[in-house]
Design a protein around this ligand. Structure first.
Ligand code: HEC
Length: 117
């Protein structure tokens, strides 16, 4: 019993920093849909011409992502730490970074039949 507790403790110590770095994508999803990112970037992060670029699977590193949130390049409203903490920003990043990729058009049967008649 004592050994098990120790092992669990060690495991927790070993995994916590990695998990913090990875962020909690579930919380990120909630934030994405409540703080309003989706209004400009779309629910799938696909972006839209008039409102904001595609951000799903962003190529930005976490630092660049944070930078954009705190000091946006241009039109995007800034999100200060009082609104989105660094931890929440990390969760958002984890969510955006791992959004599912759009399907390959070649895998869409309906598209493949178009123009073939
Ligand atoms: C009012 C519209 C709007 C909202 C709301 C918004 N964005 Fe943006 N976002 C933009 C625009 C426009 C840009 C293009 C750069 C700029 O104008 O700063 C951008 C750029 C970005 C980029 C950089 C894209 C790249 O690859 O260069 C990221 C990442 C991003 N937004 C994330 C977010 C997140 C996360 C949220 C929610 C916390 C959010 N945005 C909310 C409009 C918005």
């Amino acid at each position: 019993m004592k050994l098990t507790t120790l092992a669990l403790f060690a495991a927790a110590l070993g995994t916590t920093p990695a998990m913090a770095q990875q962020g909690n994508a579930d919380n990120g999803k909630k934030l994405f849909e409540t703080v309003g990112c989706f209004q400009c970037h779309g629910l799938a992060g696909q972006g839209a011409l008039q409102t904001g670029p595609r951000i799903s699977r962003t190529a930005l590193p976490l630092e660049g992502f944070l930078q954009q949130l705190r000091n946006p390049l241009n039109q995007m409203p800034p999100y200060e730490a009082a609104v989105i903490s660094d931890k929440d920003a990390g969760d958002l990043y984890a969510y955006v970074k791992n959004m599912p990729a759009p399907p390959d058009p070649k895998t869409l049967p309906l598209l493949m039949t178009m123009g073939s008649k």
